[in-house]
Design a protein around this ligand. Structure first.
Ligand code: NAD
Length: 251
């Protein structure tokens, strides 16, 4: 087992379930102290809460309730993280939701819901993290959760694509603005991954899988591998990058 994150600390949003849960667990396995944050403690697809699993592994972990659509919650979560672990080395802005619908059916409430969680949540998550990281001589690393919907079009997904496109370009912008503070900002752009979002929320994914050269959905643990790479010293000269992990869909 690698100890790439020994002595470092990580805050992951939306870490109760799916990709965020796998990300938090892998960071803990590689030695990081972890703040698991989410609006809920119970994983959407069952099992023990993520922070309980990490505690049982012998990891250093705390759970902080945080609704990413509320900037104050994000700043409070980062404050709670720094109070517990002394610094914020890595921030993973992962929480997100999907609602598939044609643009002619989307109302202002649908728009606000998607943007508040997927885009405002990442924007103010980055702000809260940078606020802490600029005070640290060693800076830090931020990894934002975008999507293949952040670099191209996906059927019935105008709201989701709009929000994830914002995450993609925000990532580049903040890399530009905060390289001088030694803060690296990158994003992951997954294709179809087997989580509650694709298995339980009624998303139509069959067409996407048919066009995926590897012919299968990805696993949250595979997404986590990409996040850990971008957050690690292995990626020390990489910033502003959007790492596509989609089984070849976008080729
Ligand atoms: N599953 C996929 O195919 C896929 C593909 C590309 C990108 N993504 C992205 O991965 C991220 C995680 O999604 P997932 O597939 O693991 O979904 P998921 O539904 O399994 O997990 C999402 C987690 O986010 C939490 N969450 C929702 N709203 C929140 C809020 N307001 N504040 C804090 N937490 C909140 C949920 O409680 C849940 O624990 C999202 O940003 C999603 O857009 C997923």
């Amino acid at each position: 087992m690698s100890d790439r994150f020994e002595g470092r600390s990580v805050l992951v949003t939306g870490a109760a379930s799916g990709n965020g849960r796998a990300i938090a667990r892998k960071f803990a396995e590689e030695g990081a102290a972890v703040t698991v944050s989410d609006i809920r403690e119970e994983p959407r697809m069952g099992g023990d809460p993520t922070h309980v699993v990490i505690e049982e592994m012998g990891g250093d972990v705390q759970f902080v309730k945080c609704d990413v659509s509320k900037p104050d919650d994000l700043h409070a979560a980062v404050d709670a993280h720094v109070a517990e672990f002394g610094a914020l080395d890595v921030m993973v802005n992962n929480a997100g939701i999907d609602r598939q619908m044609p643009i002619l059916e989307a109302g202002p409430d649908d728009y606000e819901l998607l943007m508040d969680i997927n885009l405002r949540g990442v924007y103010f998550g980055c702000q809260a993290a940078i606020d802490a990281m600029v005070e640290q001589e060693h800076g830090g690393a931020i990894v934002n959760m975008s999507s293949i919907a952040g670099i191209g079009a996906v059927d019935n997904s105008s709201l989701y694509c709009t929000s994830k496109g914002g995450v993609t370009n925000l990532t580049r912008q903040l890399a530009l603005e905060h390289g001088e503070n030694n803060i690296r900002v990158n994003a992951i752009n997954p294709g179809v991954i087997e989580t509650a979002m694709t298995l339980e929320d009624g998303d139509t994914i069959d067409g996407l899988l048919e066009e995926t050269p590897l012919g299968r959905a990805g696993q949250p643990e595979e997404v986590a591998d990409g996040v850990l790479f971008l957050a690690s010293d292995d990626a020390s000269f990489i910033t502003g990058h959007n790492l596509v992990m989609d089984g070849g869909f976008t080729v």
